[in-house]
Write a protein of this length. Structure first.
Length: 282
């Protein structure tokens, strides 16, 4: 290579120039030759090291270019992620506002439902108190007043209303129903279910009454007729039903137990139109 011969050539020229002026001893000549060889080796090493540095520099340039590409790609991905995040945040903000609004509306409706239920519960308990006071004189005859599942139950044993096997209400029974009707007339938003119940003894020799189903239904109907035709309660508020022997208070077979099972239950429940309409809105 030319670059590898420049210094030796110059060195030889210098030696020749010197030799033309000064006579060199053999020792000095060998010394100069050694210095030449040393310089030549150093130069070769320099060029070799330079090539190595150039390769490293080229590699660094390539790495720098790759890093630049990766940086630009990362920046593009970051920009896209930021856009996606902004879109998601905006959408989430709208959804959160809607959910918050829906939750507030539900909480408002829940408070309204709770207020209605509390009002109904208070009205039911107040009605029970009124009925208990009005019918106090008949409790010794087996009449009871209680509250169950938000309804008022007035239970009258058959001996308070009917003679054995009869569907005609006797005078004492009419007195009890008269007192009951006085309270019911003050209640506007109620429904009244009259249920007839019997014991499990078979019906015998009762003419048109074939079995306990008939007896329970006809006794319930007699009470409904008296309350509507005599006491003028609104018929639309009343309903008659016969349960026969199939909803006994007790399963014992003693005369006292059977007497408890033979009964008329007047079930008074508040109308829930307001609550139903509120729930329909949701």
């Amino acid at each position: 290579m030319i670059k590898n011969t420049i210094v030796p050539s110059l060195f030889v020229a210098s030696v020749i120039g010197l030799s033309s002026c000064v006579a060199l001893s053999k020792k000095d000549y060998k010394k100069l030759i050694g210095e030449r060889d040393s310089l030549q080796n150093a130069l070769v090493n320099c060029f070799t090291h330079g090539d190595s540095l150039m390769a490293v520099a080229n590699k660094l340039k390539g790495d720098t270019s790759n890093l630049g590409d990766q940086l630009r790609l990362s920046q593009e991905q970051n920009d896209q992620l930021f856009k996606d995040y902004s879109t998601l945040r905006n959408n989430s903000s709208g959804e959160i506002k809607k959910l918050s609004s829906d939750l507030a509306a539900r909480e408002k409706n829940l408070r309204e439902v709770e207020a209605i239920l509390k009002s109904r519960e208070e009205a039911t308990n107040a009605l029970r108190e009124k009925l208990s006071k009005a019918l106090l004189g008949f409790q010794e005859s087996g009449l009871t007043v209680s509250v169950k599942d938000g309804k008022v139950y007035v239970s009258l044993t058959d001996k308070l209303l009917f003679d054995t096997g009869s569907i005609v209400i006797d005078s004492k029974g009419k007195e009890a129903l008269d007192e009951l009707a006085k309270v019911l007339k003050t209640q506007t938003d109620i429904n009244i279910l009259v249920e007839g119940h019997t014991d499990n003894a078979r019906v015998r020799n009762l003419g048109q009454i074939k079995d306990n189903w008939d007896l329970s239904v006809l006794r319930a109907t007699s009470v409904v007729r008296y309350l509507t035709e005599v006491q003028k309660l609104e018929p639309i508020k009343l309903e008659a039903a016969g349960k026969g022997e199939y909803m006994p208070i007790t399963s014992e077979s003693t005369p006292e137990a059977k007497s408890k099972n033979r009964r008329i239950e007047i079930i008074i429940s508040p109308k829930l139109d307001e609550l139903y309409n509120l729930l329909q809105k949701n």
